[in-house]
Design a protein around this ligand. Structure first.
Ligand code: NAP
Length: 306
C-alpha cells in the first residue's frame, strides 16, 4: 500500500508501548486511527494527543479475549470511520516463568491475546478489505517467533504461530491474487518502551545481544516500509537495526527449508554461519538473567513469609 494518506488503521495494543509509537507515526502520515486496548483512559489520552494532527481518531476499548466484542469493534470502526484499510495486530502478553511454575490460566490467556485475537480480527477484516480491493495486515511478532527463548514458552509459541499465520496468508494471497498485503515484524528487544523495558526495570536483566535491541522508532520505520513496500517479514538485527531477510518468493518456493537460514540471520552476522552455538550461548545468558530474577523473587517471597 503505497499511499497511506486518508487510509484508516485499526491498531491493537494502542494504549502504551510500541502501539503508541505506531499510532503517532501513522497519524503523521495522515492515517485515520481506531485505537484498541482495554484501558480506555490511556486510549483517550492518545486520542487527545493525536487528534490535533488533523486525522480522525476513534477509541475502541476492548478486551481482545472477548470474541463477540471483537466483531463489534470491527463493525463500529467500519461504521464510524468508513473502512479498515490497515489492521495492525500489535497487542501481546508476555509472562516469563519457569514452565513448571507457569500459571495454567495464563497459558490460555496468552494464546487468546497473542494468537487467537489477531487470527479472529484478520478473519473479520479480510472480507472487507477484499471487497474494497485493498488492504494490509501487519502482525507484530518477535524474534521469539523464530528462536526458542528460555523461560518464555507460551509467548514464543504464540509468536511462532503468528509468523506461520502470516506466511500462510501471504502464500494464499499469492495463489488467489488477493489485493491485500501481509507483513510480520519480528523485533528483538525494543528499548525505552513496552514490555521489555518494563521487565528490565522490574528485574534489571539485560537483553541477549543476539536478539538485538532496537529503538521504537526503528521498529515503526521498519513497519511502515513493510506496508509501503509490501514486505512479508522484517527481522530485528543487532546492531544494524532492521533488515529484510526474505522475500515473498523465497518463503513460498523454499518453504520450511528456508527457516534455519532465517534463524541465523535473525540474530547477528555471526549467527548466520553458526546459529546453533551462538544462539545457545545467548539463550544461556538470557536464561541465567531470568533465573537470577526468579531466585530474587523467591527469596523475597520467603523473606515475606518469615
Ligand atoms: N517491547 C519489546 O521489547 C518487544 C520485543 C519484541 C516484540 N515485541 C512485540 O511488540 C508488540 C508491542 O509490545 P509492547 O512492548 O509495546 O507491549 P506492552 O507495552 O506490554 O503493551 C501491550 C499492549 O497490549 C494491550 N493488551 C494487553 N492485553 C490485552 C487484552 N486482553 N485486550 C486488549 N488489549 C490488550 C495493552 O493494553 P491494555 O493493558 O490497556 O489492554 C497494551 O496496549 C507486541 O506484539 C510484542 O510481542 C515487543
Amino acid at each position: 500500500m503505497k499511499n497511506l494518506r486518508g487510509k484508516t488503521a485499526l491498531i491493537t495494543g494502542a494504549s502504551r508501548g510500541l502501539g503508541v509509537h505506531l499510532a503517532r507515526a501513522l497519524a503523521d502520515r495522515g492515517v485515520h486511527l481506531a485505537l484498541a486496548a482495554r484501558t480506555a483512559s490511556d486510549l483517550e489520552r492518545i486520542r487527545a494527543e493525536l487528534a490535533p494532527k488533523g486525522v480522525k481518531v476513534l477509541c475502541v476499548p476492548v478486551d481482545l479475549t472477548d470474541r463477540v466484542a471483537l466483531q463489534s469493534v470491527v463493525e463500529r470502526v467500519v461504521g464510524e470511520l468508513g473502512s479498515i484499510d490497515l489492521l495492525i495486530n500489535n497487542a501481546s502478553l508476555e509472562q516469563g516463568a519457569l514452565y513448571t511454575e507457569y500459571p495454567r490460566e495464563s497459558l490460555q490467556r496468552t494464546i487468546d491475546v497473542n494468537l487467537t485475537a489477531p487470527m479472529m480480527l484478520t478473519s473479520m477484516v479480510l472480507p472487507h478489505m477484499l471487497a474494497r480491493g485493498e488492504g494490509h495486515v501487519v502482525n507484530i511478532a518477535s524474534v521469539a517467533g523464530i528462536v526458542g527463548v528460555a523461560y518464555n514458552e507460551a509467548y514464543a509459541t504464540t509468536k511462532h504461530g503468528i509468523v506461520g499465520f502470516t506466511r500462510s496468508l501471504a502464500a494464499t494471497a499469492e495463489g488467489e491474487g488477493w489485493p491485500v498485503g501481509f507483513s510480520c515484524i519480528l523485533p528483538g528487544f525494543i528499548a525505552d518502551t513496552g514490555m521489555y523495558e518494563h521487565m528490565k526495570q522490574l528485574t534489571g536483566s539485560a537483553s541477549p545481544l543476539i536478539a538485538g535491541t532496537s529503538s521504537p522508532q526503528a521498529v515503526v520505520s521498519a513497519t511502515l516500509k513493510a506496508i509501503e513496500r509490501n514486505r512479508l517479514e522484517v527481522v530485528g538485527r543487532h546492531p544494524l537495526g532492521f533488515a529484510r531477510v526474505r522475500s515473498r518468493r523465497m518463503v513460498q518456493s523454499r518453504g520450511l527449508g528456508q527457516a534455519s537460514t532465517t534463524v541465523g540471520r535473525a540474530g547477528s552476522v555471526g549467527a548466520a554461519r553458526a546459529p546453533g552455538s551462538a544462539l545457545t550461548l545467548e539463550r544461556f545468558r538470557y536464561a541465567e538473567s531470568h533465573a537470577r530474577a526468579r531466585r530474587g523473587r523467591a527469596e523475597q517471597r520467603s523473606l515475606r513469609k518469615a
